[in-house]
Structure formats: C-alpha cells, structure tokens
Design a protein around this ligand. Structure first.
Ligand code: SF4
Length: 694
C-alpha cells in the first residue's frame, strides 16, 4: 500500500509528527514519494523511526486534500471554489471591514506547531505589523505553555535543558506525566536502552504506562497518583530531600539564589509537605515517595523527563517550577545525564513558541512591553508594535462571545477538535464574522469558516522545525504544493492584500531575518544547517555550533531561582453525580486529533478511541468489555466503547482523543492553568454508564 517501487532520488527532511524530530530520507520517483527511510545521520533519531514517521505519510496525497481556495458568505452556504487572488482578497477586505467597524483589536491569528518556524514567524509578523495588534497565539497554549512560563521563571529560558543523547548518561530517570512509548517512540527506545544498561526508573503517572513494566524494563517506583495531585507529589519528594540532608549544598551555594532557596527549603520542610501528608491527597503510600526521593537525590546523575501530564493541569506552571526546584536542589542541572526535559508533543511546538507566537512575547521570548525589544522590531518591520499583550486563545473565544472579537486567521490548527469544551469553542467560532482557516483538510474548525485556504504538507515546502531538544532541522521540499502555494506564500499574499507587503523569495530569507533579530538564533542559516545537519539553539558567537546542554556554568537568568509551589486542589472535584476522574492521552499509531494518521494505514492498528475503566468500576456499572459507555461531565457527553483494564486505578477512567466521532473534548472543561490558561485536559469529573449502541 505504501511502498511503491524504486526511487530515483532522495531528499533529506524532518518528520512532521512528534517533538522528537526524526530525520528522514524521502525517496522519490518522478513526483511521487516512494517511501520514507529514517536518516542515519539524523542526530535526533540516529537512524531509527516509529510507525508514524516511517509509514503514516500517505495523508499528504489523500483524496480528502483540498487544493482549491474556497469562500462562502455564511457558514450555512455551500463552499464556492475561487482563485487564490479572490480568496485572499476577500479575507483581507473582510478583516479591514471588521477593524474599521469594531476596532484594530477585533481580529487575530493562530499559528501552528505543525507549520515551519518560518511560517509561524510570518503569521506573528502579519498580526503585529499588518493587523496592528498582538492578538496572536499558538497551539502551545493547550500543551506546553506552562513549560515556557515555569522554566523561564526558575532557570531563565523557556526550553528543555538537554540533548536527547544525554539520557544515555543518566543513572536515575524520573518520568512524570509522559508516556514516551506512545507519544515519543524513538526517544522511548533510547531511554529503554539506557534502562537495560542499568539506569533506575521512577514513573509518576496515574496510569500504568508501558514503561512501568515492559520486557527487560521495570520501574523501581511507580508513584500512582490521583489525577490532579502532581504538585503534592513533587513537594513530598522535595520534603524528603530537604529533611534528610539530600540537598546538594555546593551546587546551591555556587549556582542558585540564596534567599529564594532558603524560603523554598523552609516551606518544603513543613510537615504539610511530608509524604505522610501527601499520601492523603495523592493516594501514594508515603514510603514509596520516600524511597523514590532518596533514589533520585542520591543518583550520580538524575534526569527528569515530563510531558502533558504535568502541564495540562490547573497547576501546570506550578508543577513545572516544582520540577525545576527539585532538579536544582539535587544539583541535577548543567551537565550531561541530568536536566529538566519537557517532551514536547508536536513536531514544531518548541519552534512556534521560539518564533514569538505568544500574545505577550516577540521572537526569542522577549516581552512586548520591553521598549528596546520593540524598537528593534519597529525598526526592522517599519511599524510601531503595540506594547500591550494581546489575546490568548481562550480570551479570543470569550471576546468572540461578547462581540468584541470578530475575525480570525487560523493556520494549521483544528481548535474545534483540539481545544477543551467543544460546545464553547463552536459557539465562539459561530460568532465570528470572518474565520479564515488554512489547512490541508476541511477540519472541524473549517465547518465554521468563511474562507478556506488550502495548506501544504511538510513534503511540499522548505523550512525548519525545532524539536524538544531545541534542535533546528531542515524541512526540504519533496514535491510542489498541491494547491500551488506553500503556507508561507499564502501568508505573504494576505499581508500584501492588507497593505503590508513582505518581501521574501525563499524561506531561507525569513530565517536570515529571524537570525538578525533573535540573539539565540544569531548563527542559524540554511547554509549552516546544510553543513552541520542540525543546530541546537542558542547558536551565536558564544556557541557557533549550537548548545546541546544549557546552563552549563551558570543559569541563563544568572542564579537559579527557587519558587514556592503550594499545592492547590483543582476545582474539578468528583461528587455523587460525577464520581470518576477522566484523564486523557495518546496511542502509538495515532497522532493528536488524527487528521493525518486517520487517513493512513495506521487505522489498521487503532480505529477508535476507547474508554479504559477499572474492573471494579465496570462491574459496579454492569459494563462489560466492548460495551458502549455514555460518558458525561459538567461540559458535555460522549459515547465510547469500554476496555476493562487494571492499567487504570479504581475511580479513574482514561481515553485518547484521536477521533472526532468520540470527541473527548466534548467532555473536557474550561478549567485551566492559573498562569498560562493551558487547559486542564488531564482531570475531568465524569460519570460512565452502559448504553445501547449509539
Ligand atoms: Fe516522527 Fe516522532 Fe516517530 Fe520520530 S518518534 S518518526 S519524530 S513520530
């Protein structure tokens, strides 16, 4: 089905799925891709690949691809195919009409972590320079925005500290709220290799993920917490470190702020933070927490890897800071084998954040209120950038519903399927006067759009992606864009139509501008990427070949800063009506909302989202294997088939969100992280009842 004969040429490019960012060799015959082979020199993957990157690329030429721009006056109307000029012209005139009537801030844009760095840079530039506001946000809002915030507050940079290779020097690895086997498979293989060599493993997860026990790998501790209690766990571990003399005093004295450390130490020493107190909250036996804390703190090299099970909580940012605190307290930052390592979900989520996709930050994580930064960009772009932060995605929804936000340019992001509380998002989209969706398929969000701009897959464009280890890798065009334009070219056309022409002949010129304006990218160019293969930022005069490990001699912010992380229970509580806690995750063969993988042979492995439920809870409800189960929350209801398993603990149910039919986000709620509004996907109080076939 997939391998289609002998190749005539090959093109080195980068996988468009997860944040591992594997290098691939696309083998091509004529204009067709014949097969994707893992690139042996790819530094992120060392010649390995998983079932997504290796096999699930045929979506790029799937019959569902929309290759002609389309418009319609009302969302009830049928789509009308039009020329690029007409579609772009219509979008631009609608955006200008809306701004004239409702004000400059009535429109905004959303960038995509699926698109290239150059494309996300252009969208945020379009919003800031052509729209004239900072209403730009990115899908990192719903995944790793707490990572950006928490790591900047503590360590000084919104990115992971290590290179993937670093895990091969770790003695103890703590995996918190991540399931690398399914979410980051090639990294998981490397981690398992290290575990087979003898490294010890601590897993912090409400569910028994594959790493807890799989062939030749078993965790020393599985801290099986109740969903939503992460911060209590990290505080209990810190309590043991502080009260049992396990702090790395020399590291603290040399590398960290004395005053913030002392305040943190005194807080963590309180009996309220003890494992015994935490056990009441988390359900984890105190001795297990004590044992895990001792194992980690006494390791020569202790490394922490974490995922969305950390960030997607009402205390997501608090937990990220708690992880950074623990790493600093035990001296586990700033060398090989240690560090704080967020496993980023999407291929370019790190890059979309780096490129200034947040409403408060210009490229390089510089705040829009900083006059010197604005002056730099004002000068380069010939505009006056608004010093006020713009709207985050949830604020855009609220503003749409209150009538002050009327137009949205949404590139490569299916917010209706991927954001929580689908009904709320749909109502917001329905309230817009002009929604422009740019995507390769007519996704769920496009059902509410007035203009559809056909997107280009990663095989149809040049650019770069930045993976979870800050590694910038080239994306190279394998075939011409099916619609005639790559996404970056469509953004240029829209900007031109709005009266703000941007002049780039090739994405390499966009990267040159990024390098001129962003100190951490100063040494990056396509020529250097071609020579070096890939580059981990920061890349500048101080590190001309990039930076595999950050914070080597000092933290980016100078001294490491400890922040007190008080556990605050989520508002999402169980009660008689909703007695179970739902948590969500991913499965190996599918990817995110499934728009790509569902259109490939990967559906043979997994063709529906299912509800995992513990045997006790199933029996109590008369639910048997494969029964249909109605799952209801305060936000909505959906129906899933049951898988009865002890992978989940009693009182907890679990599902994936790859299929729109089951719509897991119909039941997730609006609760979000206090600092960043990252939704609390991981904790939803629900009821589950057996129902007849829907
Ligand atoms: Fe692609 Fe991630 Fe699989 Fe690598 S591990 S092939 S980047 S999906």
């Amino acid at each position: 089905l997939i391998e289609r004969g002998q190749a005539e040429r090959s093109v080195i490019t980068t996988c468009a799925y997860c944040g591992v960012g594997c290098g691939f060799k696309a083998e091509v015959k004529g204009t067709d891709v014949v097969r994707m082979m893992p690139w042996k020199e790819g530094r992120a993957n060392d010649g390995h690949a998983c079932v997504k990157g290796r096999f699930a690329w045929a979506y790029a030429t799937h019959a569902d691809r929309i290759t002609t721009p389309m418009i319609r006056r009302r969302i009830e109307d049928p789509w009308e195919p039009v020329s690029w000029d007409e579609a772009i012209g219509h979008a631009a005139s609608e955006f200008r009409r809306i701004q004239a009537r409702y004000g400059r801030g009535a429109i905004g844009g959303i960038t995509s972590s699926r698109c290239t760095n150059e494309e996300t840079y252009l969208v945020q530039k379009l919003v800031r320079a052509a729209f004239g506001n900072n209403n730009v946000d990115t899908c990192a809002r719903v995944c790793h925005s707490p990572t950006g915030y928490g790591l900047k507050q503590t360590l000084g940079e919104s990115a992971g500290t290590q290179t993937f290779d670093s895990v091969m020097a770790a003695d103890v690895v703590m995996v918190i709220g991540a399931n690398p086997t399914d979410g980051h498979p090639v990294f998981a293989s490397r981690l398992k290799r290290r575990l087979r060599q003898g490294a010890r493993l601590i897993v912090v997860d409400p569910r028994r993920i594959d790493l807890v026990k799989s062939p030749h790998v078993a965790a020393d501790f599985h801290l099986k917490l109740r969903p939503g209690t992460n911060v209590s766990v990290i505080n209990a571990l810190a309590h043991v470190v502080v009260t049992e003399g396990l702090v790395d005093d020399a590291f603290i004295a040399e590398r960290c702020e004395e005053s913030s450390f002392k305040a943190w130490r005194d807080f963590m020493a309180l009996p309220e933070q003890s494992p015994e107190a935490s056990a009441e909250v988390t359900g984890i036996p105190a001795e297990e927490m004590r044992g895990a804390a001792r194992l980690f703190a006494k390791a020569g090299n202790g490394a922490i890897y974490y995922g969305l099970g950390v960030t997607e909580h009402s205390q997501g940012s608090t937990m990220v800071m708690g992880i950074a605190n623990l790493a600093m307290a035990t001296g586990n930052v700033g060398r090989l084998g240690v560090g704080v390592n967020p496993l980023r979900g999407q291929n370019n989520v790190q890059g979309s954040c780096d490129m200034g996709s947040f409403p408060h930050e210009l490229p390089g994580y510089r705040h829009v209120s900083d006059a010197a930064t604005r002056a730099l960009f004002d000068d380069a772009w010939g505009v006056a950038i608004d010093p006020e932060p713009g709207l985050r995605i949830p604020n855009m929804f609220e503003a749409a519903l209150d009538g002050s936000f009327k137009g949205l340019y949404c590139q490569g992001e299916d917010i209706v399927q991927s954001d929580p509380n689908t009904q709320h998002v749909q109502a917001a989209m329905s309230a817009l006067e002009c929604l422009v969706v740019q995507d390769i398929f007519l996704n769920e969000t496009a059902k509410f759009a007035h203009v559809f701009l056909p997107g280009a897959s990663f095989l149809e464009k040049d650019g770069t992606f930045t993976n979870a280890e800050r590694r910038i890798s080239r994306v190279r065009k394998v075939m011409a864009p099916l619609s005639g334009l790559a996404d970056w070219e469509a953004t240029l056309a829209l900007s031109q139509a709005l009266g703000y022409p941007m002049d780039y002949a090739h994405p390499s010129e966009i990267m040159d501008e990024i390098a001129r304006l962003t100190p951490t990218f100063q040494g990056v160019s396509y020529a250097r990427l071609d020579t070096l293969g890939s580059i981990q930022w920061p890349c500048n005069d101080a590190s001309p070949e990039g930076t595999p490990i950050m914070h080597l001699d000092a933290f980016v912010r100078g001294k490491g800063r400890f922040i007190i992380t008080r556990y605050v229970p989520t508002d999402e509580r169980v009660n008689q009506r909703f007695p179970l806690l739902l948590t969500t995750g991913r499965i190996l063969s599918q990817y995110n909302v499934g728009a790509q993988t569902r259109r490939t042979a990967n559906v043979l492995w997994h063709d529906e989202d299912r509800l995992e439920i513990h045997p006790h809870d199933a029996e109590e409800r008369g639910i048997r294997e494969d029964d249909w189960v109605g799952v209801g929350s305060r936000a909505g209801e959906t129906v899933l088939r049951a898988t009865i398993t002890e992978r989940v603990q009693p009182g907890v149910v679990y599902t994936t969100f790859h299929f729109p039919e089951s719509g897991a986000n119909v039941i997730t709620t609006d609760n979000s992280d206090w600092a960043t509004n990252c939704p609390e996907y991981k904790v939803t109080a629900v009821q589950a009842v057996r129902v007849d076939h829907p």
